[in-house]
Design a protein around this ligand. Structure first.
Ligand SMILES: [Zn+2]
Length: 269
C-alpha cells in the first residue's frame, strides 16, 4: 500500500511516492495513479538540516527520459514573508520578499573552460561595480570550482554550462539561461539556486547571425545572459515595464540599472 504522496506546488510536475522498499516512484496527477520508477543519482542534506534533495532519472513511456530534482523542506514556521514596495518585482510577486538569509551572496563558477569562466566573472563583477557606489550591505562573492556536485545539491550553488541540451525546439527561439530556485514561500526564503547556461541555445543564435551575415559577439551574449540570470539568483523577477529600464527585462540587458540596484537594496534591507 502506498502512503504519503508528495505533491509539488506546481501541478505540471510529477508527484512522488516511496514504495514499501523505499524506492522512489513518480506519478502524474492527470494519469490515474500510474507509477513510474525513478533511479536516484544524487542525494544532499542541507548543512542546517532544513531540507534534503534527491536527483533521480526516470523513463516514462509517455514522457520519455527525464531528470527530476525533488526537494523536501522543513517549513520555517516562525517567520512570515515580509513585504516591501510593490514597485519592485520579486520572485513571489511585486513587493513580496523572497531572499537569501544573508546579504553576502556566494556562487561558484563551475567550469574548467577559460572563456566561460571569464564571461561569468565579468557578469558578477558588473553587479559588484554597480553596487560599489550605492549605500549597500550587499556582497557578491564568487570562486571557481573544478569539481562540483549536480545542480540539485543544496550545499552548492553554481553557474553551470550545459552543452548537450536544446531547450527550445524551434530554431527561431532561444532560451539561453535558466535560474533554478528552491523557495520556502511561507518564510520568504531562498533555500537553493543554481544558474544553468545552455551553450547550444547560444549556438543557435550564432548560426542565425552567421547565416544572415551579421557579426556574432559570443562574449556579449554570455555576459548579458549571466548578468540577467544572476538577477533572478538574487531574488528579482522580470521587469517588463518599458518605462523602467532593467537588466531583468528582455529589451536592453547590456547593463545593470538604477531600478535593479534599488530593488535589491530594498529586498535585503
Ligand atoms: Zn529571466
Amino acid at each position: 500500500m502506498l502512503r504519503n504522496i508528495y505533491r509539488p506546488d506546481d501541478n505540471n510536475y510529477p508527484s512522488f511516492v516511496f514504495d514499501s522498499n523505499f524506492n522512489l516512484l513518480g506519478t502524474y496527477q492527470s494519469q490515474d495513479s500510474q507509477l513510474f520508477k525513478l533511479t536516484p543519482i544524487h542525494y544532499s542534506l542541507k548543512n542546517d538540516k532544513s531540507a534534503f534533495s534527491i536527483l533521480a532519472k526516470g523513463n516514462d513511456e509517455e514522457f520519455g527520459v527525464m531528470l527530476i530534482s525533488v526537494v523536501f523542506i522543513k517549513p520555517d514556521l516562525r517567520k512570515n514573508v515580509s513585504h516591501g514596495s510593490t514597485k519592485y518585482n520579486y520572485l513571489l510577486g511585486p513587493g513580496v520578499k523572497a531572499r537569501w538569509s544573508s546579504p553576502e551572496i556566494n556562487i561558484d563558477l563551475c567550469t574548467t573552460d577559460v572563456a566561460r569562466y571569464y564571461y561569468a566573472q565579468k557578469a558578477i563583477e558588473s553587479w559588484q561595480d554597480a553596487f560599489a557606489s550605492s549605500d549597500t550591505k550587499m556582497k557578491f562573492k564568487f570562486s571557481q570550482k573544478r569539481d562540483y556536485p549536480p545542480f540539485s545539491d543544496l550545499n552548492s550553488q553554481c553557474v553551470y554550462f550545459v552543452n548537450n541540451l536544446i531547450r527550445e525546439a524551434d530554431e527561431k527561439y532561444s532560451n539561453m539561461g535558466t535560474t533554478f530556485l528552491t523557495l520556502d514561500s511561507q518564510a520568504g526564503k531562498i533555500i537553493d539556486s543554481d544558474i544553468i547556461i545552455w551553450d547550444k541555445e547560444i549556438n543557435k543564435i550564432r548560426n542565425y547571425y552567421q547565416k544572415e551575415g551579421h557579426e556574432f559577439n559570443e562574449q556579449q551574449f554570455y555576459y548579458e545572459t549571466i548578468m540577467h540570470e544572476y538577477g533572478h539568483y538574487l531574488g528579482l523577477d522580470h521587469q517588463f515595464n518599458p518605462n523602467v529600464p532593467s537588466v531583468m527585462s528582455y529589451a536592453d540587458t547590456s547593463k545593470i540599472r538604477a531600478y535593479d540596484i534599488e530593488a535589491i537594496n530594498e529586498l535585503y534591507r
